[in-house]
Write a new protein. Structure first.
Length: 55
């Protein structure tokens, strides 16, 4: 059973959420922990945005 307090998120959902919301600020109100794998962070940084991760 998935943990409702924690989410591991991939690149496409992150990009879609930013497109829909304009930022990721609502995520902490939905999940206690939002885990972004290192590889996802690197993929986003390759796209040119440094606002997503502290990699």
């Amino acid at each position: 059973m998935p943990d409702p307090d924690r989410i591991v998120i991939n690149t496409s959902p992150l990009v879609a959420l930013v497109a829909a919301w304009g930022n990721l600020e609502p995520l902490p109100s939905l999940y206690e922990r939002v885990l972004v794998p290192f590889e996802v962070c690197q993929e986003i940084l390759q796209g040119g945005s440094k606002k997503f991760c502290n990699c």
